[in-house]
Design a protein around this ligand. Structure first.
Ligand code: AHG
Ligand code: MN
Ligand code: MN
Length: 337
């Protein structure tokens, strides 16, 4: 008889992460985050039947139109994690200010930063979506959080991960000891370990970028993307283009098969689009833990000192050798062929 795969809780019991404020508290938090993912997976599956598609008519702090599902996903994170208690502060791409979770007499040693719904242009067309989370230490547990409490470099993350809502729902995370992927078995209601110890190939054959922005890029970025299309059998070129509009889905493909994702800086928007604290940092921790690399093209993502909560950052992420190549073009060190 085949062996039953481990659930998240069983896996964490066998591989306990360092927990703040008492044994098992990080396991409890990851388990609560798991419940958020199960709830969202259920909602997304039948969103088209429940009047959950389309816009709310409002705009978020970043000036982006809020979809109904962005709001529902944000509320789900807040409700579930508030009830849970071990997260004392919650910060989201969709909220101007972090939420304080008062838990008198109980330690609340963590803060969670999240992108509740990633790839939201995919909502109305039944394409893949994700959610991304980052867990850091809550240093001043008795006080409402200031933005400055959340402005920690990515290297200080205790854990990070994402949900991928595709044909299967997957939870992929790291607590700093490798990357583990779990697939939700909805009939059992549990995530089960399906992808243990994920390691990225050091080079891939796929690139993911919104090439509609080509004319907005600096020369080095253009030359790098051009180089991927130049046939060279020995070098594995041309690369295949694969872009879904969902960072999680695109990076998940790279995590398993190798390659590179770019949301680069633009001449008139050098900060790029993606958010450092909710998107770049957690995805960078996962990718580095799997042996990959993540940078702005110049600086390692996890070493960036954040200066504001909703800071944007260029993101070049994926297989280590591919990201190194992109860096050398962006820094104009590459010898042009
Ligand atoms: P979000 O839905 O959280 O705003 O993130 C969307 C992000 C990312 O998932 C995706 O790779 C990228 O934005 C797509 O942007 P473009 O439509 O500009 O390519
Ligand atoms: Mn996003
Ligand atoms: Mn989002």
């Amino acid at each position: 008889m085949s062996q039953q795969p481990l659930t998240v809780e069983q896996f964490l019991m066998a591989n306990p992460p360092a927990s703040l404020g008492g044994a098992g508290s990080l396991t409890a938090l990851l388990s609560a985050i798991g419940l958020v993912g199960k709830t969202l997976a259920r909602d997304l599956r039948i969103a088209g039947l429940l009047n959950m598609l389309g816009m709310t008519g409002e705009t978020n702090v970043q000036g982006e139109s809020i979809k109904k599902l962005d709001q529902i996903a944000n509320d789900t994170f807040i409700e579930v994690l508030q009830r849970d208690g071990v997260a004392g502060a919650l910060a989201s791409e969709e909220m101007e200010k972090p939420v304080f979770v008062a838990s008198p007499g109980r330690p609340a040693p963590y803060m969670v930063l999240f992108d509740p719904l990633d790839g939201s242009s995919n909502t109305d067309v039944n394409m893949p979506l994700g959610s991304i989370f980052s867990i850091i230490e809550h240093q001043h547990q008795d006080q409402p959080p200031e933005d400055s409490d959340l402005l920690r470099k990515g290297i200080h993350q205790l854990a990070a991960g994402y949900f991928l809502f595709g044909p299967s729902t997957m939870l992929v995370f790291t607590t700093g000891k490798g990357v583990f992927g779990f697939t939700l078995d909805p009939t059992v209601g549990e995530y089960q370990l399906s992808h243990p110890g994920i390691k990225m190939p050091s080079r891939g054959k796929v690139y993911a970028v919104n090439e509609g922005n080509y004319e907005k890029w600096p020369t080095g970025t253009k030359r790098y993307v051009d180089s991927l299309k130049k046939p060279d059998k020995a070098a594995g070129r041309p690369y295949s283009g694969r872009y879904s509009g969902c960072l999680v889905a695109d990076v998940h493909r790279l995590l398993l098969g190798g390659g590179i994702y770019l949301y680069p800086g633009e001449i008139n928007k050098p900060e790029g689009k993606l958010r450092l604290l909710y998107e770049a940092n957690p995805m960078a921790m996962v990718v580095e833990q799997a042996g990959g690399r993540a940078s702005t093209g110049v600086t390692r993502i996890l070493e960036i000192e954040p200066i504001k909560l909703h800071q944007r950052v260029p993101l070049i992420i994926g297989s280590a050798d591919d990201v190194r190549d992109a860096e050398s073009y962006i820094q104009e060190r590459a010898v042009l062929s």
